[in-house]
Every structure is written in C-alpha cells, then in structure tokens.
Design a protein around this ligand. Structure first.
Ligand SMILES: [Zn+2]
Length: 151
C-alpha cells in the first residue's frame, strides 16, 4: 500500500511563496510503515563521530539569519508565520516527514550544548512547543511532529 501526504509551508528558498513537500508512506515487504521525503537527501550531512561547529555568523538558526532562512507556516495555521514565546521560535521543517512538522529553536543565542540553556530558555521552548501541539490538534493534523533544534 502506498499513500502520499502533502506538507505546505512558506519556503524561504522561494521568497516565502508556498512550498509543498510530498511525503510517501508505504510498506512494501514487512507491513511496517515507512515515511520518505526524497528532498531530505539534499540536506547537509553530518559525519558520524564528528561535531560540526557552525560559526554563529553562518548559523541558520540564529540572528540575523533565522528570519530569512527558516520557513513560515501558512497564515491559516499561524498568522505570524512562526510561533514565538520569549526567545523561542518555532517554524515548519524545510524537509518535513509529515503534513505538519515543526522545528523549535529555544533561544536566539548560538548554543550547542544543552547544559548551556538556562531555565527561562527551556521554559520558552516548552511553551512554544505546547502552542504548536495545540494548534496542530485544532488544525486536525493527526500526525504532527515536532523537533527541537539547538540554535
Ligand atoms: Zn546558531
């Protein structure tokens, strides 16, 4: 059985015009469900065992790039395009695995180690995540997914 799902977002690589990702779901041999978004193959790869230190000046998840390099939700899901709480920003995944796939960056600060986050930053990220999950439920997205990313 093969099924295709569509994820819509405002694509920063196309001047925030509507982007569409196609996610395939099938179970060719085992009956297990597998989700594939072929565009994920184009993402930058991290080598196993190596920590990639992105300089803050080039980080897509930090200012000044986060506003121009990350997607926005369609206005019928989020009027402002992104969910914000304190310093946390939550936006659609550019390479989604489901119809509603968010990414939450907890702080505008470039922090790569979890032990560097303070309680306020964790709280901001959790509140933004809760708002996303509520909005997903209200939008009727049965399989919404949320990832957290370090800025
Ligand atoms: Zn960063």
């Amino acid at each position: 059985m093969k099924r295709e799902e569509i994820s819509k977002f405002l694509d920063p690589t196309k001047a925030f015009s509507e982007g569409v990702a196609f996610i395939e779901e099938f179970d060719p041999l085992t009956g297990a469900v597998c989700r594939i978004n072929a565009t994920r193959a184009a993402r930058p790869k991290q080598q196993l065992g190596k920590t990639v230190e992105t300089p803050v000046a080039k980080c897509s998840f930090c200012q000044p790039y986060i506003d121009t390099s990350t997607p926005k939700f369609p206005k019928d899901f989020c009027l402002d395009g992104r969910i914000k709480h304190g310093g946390a920003i939550l936006f659609p995944n550019l390479f989604p695995l489901t119809d509603l796939h968010g990414v939450c960056v907890f702080t505008p600060q470039h922090k790569l180690d979890l032990n560097l986050f303070d309680a306020g930053e964790i709280s901001d990220g959790l509140f933004a995540s809760i708002e996303f999950l509520k909005a997903g439920r209200e939008a009727g997205a049965p399989h919404h997914l949320l990832g957290w990313n370090q800025g």
